[in-house]
Design a protein around this ligand. Structure first.
Ligand code: SF4
Ligand code: SF4
Length: 262
């Protein structure tokens, strides 16, 4: 997909929209106009920030997502899972149980989206010390990157030229499986997220990009699936809290400015 054909995850349900203009009023890039009584999003101006979705009183704006059954198009099915997914469950549920259920649902591998934060931290520090462009703008929020490109093009060179943790995790898992001799065409990588901005960015990647994902799964949807499986199990669980190695401290704290040396 070329740059002027950016994918957008937010769509307008025309049968629900009644042209109230709430979304238009909150859009930071003036991407929305009301045409014939229906909200119309300009693809070239939208940065997928999700403000319009939050403002709509009748839920006429929704986040497009891939069908879960798409994972079964592949022999090797990888879920790239952010720590926040595990954090949604009660502490009485062990992480291993959550991962087991994800595998029962069809994934063959579950990889933390923050698996490579050490590498990214080192790369950020190295870039910080080697570039004259200051201040630096993180490249990790796709909406911020698009906002800079659209509204503040003079700052484009201040954006750090680094992949986000999720993108880097996808590169990592693809390389790992390749080293293990798994044929790339058999691997489907699926990113789990609640974020429209990340969905749009990941789905805009060309298929030859090593951080290309084959699909994006809405976190709410997957959480409900896992939750129902766990809930329907006979519950002789102890009430003790389980440790959460998946939520390792670096995975949660990596984005704090103090870790970046400021
Ligand atoms: S997602 Fe953000 S930028 Fe895009 S139309 Fe909605 S409010 Fe505007
Ligand atoms: S806020 Fe919702 S109903 Fe109102 S114009 Fe926007 S999409 Fe339509």
């Amino acid at each position: 997909m070329c740059k002027d054909q950016l994918y957008h995850a937010l769509k307008v349900n025309e049968s629900v929209c009644y042209g109230c203009t709430h979304c238009m009023n909150v859009c930071p890039t003036q991407a929305i106009r009301i045409k014939a009584g229906i909200a119309d999003i300009n693809d070239q101006r939208c940065v997928d920030c999700g403000e319009c979705l939050r403002a709509c009183p009748v839920k006429a704006i929704y986040v497009e997502q891939d069908d879960f059954s798409k994972i079964f198009d592949f022999d090797v099915r990888v879920a790239v899972l952010p720590s926040v997914f595990v954090g949604q469950f009660s502490k009485q549920i062990a992480e291993s149980e959550i991962v087991d259920v994800l595998k029962e649902l069809g994934f063959t591998h579950v990889v933390p989206a923050e698996a490579v934060v050490d590498v990214i931290n080192d790369a950020m520090l190295e870039h910080h010390s080697s570039t004259a462009e200051k201040p630096l703008i993180s490249s990790f929020c796709p909406s911020i990157v698009r906002l800079v490109q659209i509204k503040f093009p003079g700052l484009v060179n201040n954006i750090m030229p680094l992949k986000s943790p999720a993108e880097a995790a996808v590169v990592y898992v693809r390389n790992l499986l390749k080293e293990q001799g798994v044929e790339s065409a058999k691997v489907g990588v699926f990113y789990v997220t609640p974020c429209a901005s990340k969905i749009a960015a990941l789905k805009s990647q060309p298929s030859e990009d090593p951080s290309f994902v084959n699909g994006v799964i809405n976190m709410n949807f997957l959480y409900n699936k896992v939750y129902h499986v766990l809930k329907n199990r006979s519950s002789d669980q102890s009430l003790e809290n389980h440790p959460r190695p998946y939520l390792f401290s670096k995975g949660l704290e990596w984005s704090l400015t103090s870790l970046f040396g400021y």
